[in-house]
Ligand binder design. Structure first.
Ligand SMILES: Cc1ncc(C[n+]2csc(CCOP(=O)(O)OP(=O)(O)O)c2C)c(N)n1
Ligand code: SF4
Length: 290
């Protein structure tokens, strides 16, 4: 398998230079390296420029609703636990309208990977403030500059009990591929917050800005991803501007294991209930002709 096997040949409509191109390539490369059969993979996205990603993959895909990629992705996984399921969307999807899904998916620990393509702005709606926009960022919805304290994805994720949390950068593709592979390999819910610049509507948090501000875990002095105290403290010290695997906890039971799904066949192999005959019997007394 190579990266091209996972591309359906549809040309992305993203602006040339958008960070999302690299995220798409990275998912395709990660899938190729892990030799995931195309029919064993599903990419479920929300709504946004980022949400288009599921439409460019030559795997199963589902372009869902704004902020709702996670409920769909978790359902896909629970219906067919043999699939590798990747959810994807923007920072608006993950940290605004879909924030409660993000936090509860972390707690639930279904074995899927969530890629948040974080450009610190709403791209598709042409440049609105997002919950991770930095204070002072001028957008169409905040012409005088964003005022609210930005959401801190890393601290939120670790506070909710994330078993895997990493951060990547579109311009560091080799590293991003490895992070996605590690997220997919992780048994449980993995959240990867990817700094993926919007070159059209965010003129502040550009590629150069991230190159200047982002540090690696090593540079931040964080050499043990299993050390929660260190992970929390470096996230605070760097104000979240770091990349790499920030926290990983192995051996946590997944939702599937807790709910005894582990030893059952995938739901798609279980005969449909109720059968047509049973359904007719149960509903007979509600029918006018019954
Ligand atoms: C329920 C609902 N509310 C609002 C919208 C309008 N809307 C579409 S995309 C979007 C935000 C996009 O920003 P983000 O999720 O960060 O993704 P990006 O476009 O930056 O990749 C909004 C508010 C919608 N489609 N559905
Ligand atoms: S508007 Fe921004 S996020 Fe959307 S495709 Fe263009 S560069 Fe990417």
């Amino acid at each position: 398998m190579n990266m091209k096997d996972y591309s359906n040949g549809v040309h992305p409509t993203w602006c040339p230079g958008c960070g999302d191109f690299s995220v798409l390539r990275s998912i395709q490369l990660a899938a190729a390296h892990l030799e995931i059969p195309r029919e064993k993979m599903a990419v479920v996205s929300g709504i946004g420029c980022s949400g288009r990603i599921s439409g460019y993959m030559n795997t199963y895909g589902f372009h869902s609703v704004h902020g709702r990629s996670l409920p769909v992705a978790q359902s896909v996984k629970l219906s067919n636990k043999d699939l590798t399921v990747v959810a994807a969307g923007g920072d608006g999807d993950a940290y605004a309208i879909g924030m409660s899904h993000t936090l509860h998916a972390i707690r639930r620990n279904v074995n899927i990977t969530y890629l948040v393509m974080n450009n610190q702005v709403y791209g598709l709606t042409k440049g609105h403030t997002s919950p991770v926009s930095q204070v002072g960022l001028k957008t169409k919805s905040a012409p005088e500059g964003a005022q609210d304290t930005p959401v801190h994805p890393g601290l939120l994720a670790l506070g909710a009990g994330a078993s895997f949390y990493a951060q990547g950068f579109s311009a560091e593709q080799e590293e991003l591929v490895e992070l996605i592979k590690a997220g997919i390999d992780h048994k449980g819910f993995s959240l990867i917050n990817i700094f993926s610049p919007c070159i059209t509507y965010n003129k502040t948090n550009t590629y150069d800005w991230f190159r200047k501000h982002l540090v690696t875990c090593e540079q931040a002095g964080h050499d043990d991803p299993e050390n929660l105290t260190s992970a929390l403290s470096v996230l605070q010290e760097t104000q979240g501007l770091m990349r790499g695997i920030i926290f990983r906890k192995t051996g946590e039971p997944t939702f599937e294991e807790n709910h005894h799904l582990a030893n059952n066949p995938p739901m798609i192999e279980v005969p449909l209930e109720p059968t047509a005959e049973k359904f007719q019997r149960w509903t007979a007394r509600f029918r006018l002709d019954g």
